[in-house]
Design a protein around this ligand. Structure first.
Ligand SMILES: NC(=O)c1ccc[n+]([C@@H]2O[C@H](COP(=O)([O-])OP(=O)(O)OC[C@H]3O[C@@H](n4cnc5c(N)ncnc54)[C@H](OP(=O)(O)O)[C@@H]3O)[C@@H](O)[C@H]2O)c1
Length: 274
């Protein structure tokens, strides 16, 4: 349903793995793979890369059937640290290559967000990584990366849900050929399951409010990464291809957005994570 710039297909919905950890976390991830997820989103800072690797092995799925994405942390933006971070992730995952390596947060006050991407490109050239992505990069960060490296990341993972629909970033991503991935796609604790545009569309289409929100992402060309530790929700969150939203429904859900709609104060110009 989504494609990366060079035409590589990626699943319509990916699986968010934070904060799944330990045996319970492995079981939740195996369940996600059993019900059909083929894209796992992790990060060094989720401290669950061993669990992701173990779930993949327990699932019995061929390695090439599942895309695995991880993210380097803010403390590893300098070239050597970034490359070491990827090598250590591969070790923890028990994999020879990750499909996507992302820079987790740009941390603009450190000023190494371009160098971090350059290091991931080097990892790609060495075969450790198939595709280079970013997370929480703003328009100016993306343009700086493009100017310095001649390429934009294949995807940028940003906070995106009905309270913060990221209209402007979607436009920028489209211009630069960058796939938008949505973190907290349901809106987590602020999920708008009771908002009229969501309940009305759910009733009309005969689906759940969460399915409406995930379908809203797809209608906007966004790849959502919902997390659920509950098998029935994992199933229904993936089952969003059998109905559509009409443009008026998409617009009404987008109109729930608010300038202060971020879940926490995660403005990438000021919020930094190490
Ligand atoms: N790049 C970044 O900076 C960044 C930041 C935050 C998150 N992320 C990524 O995005 C992923 C998802 O974000 P998130 O976990 O914050 O938010 P989310 O996916 O919007 O919401 C997850 C919450 O919704 C519940 N839920 C899931 N499906 C549901 C359904 N159908 N009906 C009702 N409740 C449902 C889950 O509970 P149950 O588990 O009990 O079902 C969980 O409490 C993370 O796992 C992570 O991979 C990335």
């Amino acid at each position: 349903m989504h494609t990366l710039r060079d035409g590589i297909p990626v699943p319509h919905v990916g699986f968010g793995t934070y904060p799944l950890r330990g045996e319970e976390g492995i079981e939740a991830m195996v369940s996600a793979l059993e019900v059909g997820y083929r894209y796992l989103d992790t990060a060094v800072n989720y401290e669950n890369e061993p669990e992701v690797g173990e779930a993949l092995r327990r699932s019995g799925l061929p390695r090439e059937d599942v895309l695995v994405a991880t993210k380097i942390p803010g403390r590893a933006h300098r070239r050597d640290a970034a490359i070491t971070s990827v090598e250590e992730s591969l070790e923890r995952l028990g994999l020879e290559q990750v499909d996507v390596a992302l820079v987790h947060w740009p941390n603009p006050s450190q000023g190494h967000y371009v160098e971090a991407v350059e290091a991931l490109i080097e990892c790609r050239d060495r075969g450790l990584v198939r595709y280079v992505g970013t997370s929480n990069y703003t328009e100016s960060h993306l343009r700086e990366v493009l100017a310095a490296t001649g390429e934009a990341p294949v995807l940028n993972q940003v906070e995106c849900h009905p309270l913060f629909p990221q209209q402007e970033m979607l436009r920028v991503h489209e211009e630069l050929g960058v796939l938008t991935q949505a973190w907290s796609p349901l809106g987590k604790r602020e999920a708008q399951y009771d908002a009229a545009p969501v309940t009305e569309a759910a009733e009309r289409a005969g689906v759940s409010p969460a399915q409406v929100i995930l379908r809203w992402h797809l209608e906007r060309g966004v790849m959502p990464l919902p997390k659920s530790g509950t098998r029935s929700r994992q199933e229904s969150n993936l089952d969003v291809l059998g109905f559509e939203l009409v443009p008026e429904e998409v617009e009404a859900i987008t109109a729930l957005g608010r300038p202060d709609g971020r879940l926490f104060d995660g403005d990438p110009e000021t919020h930094e994570e190490m």
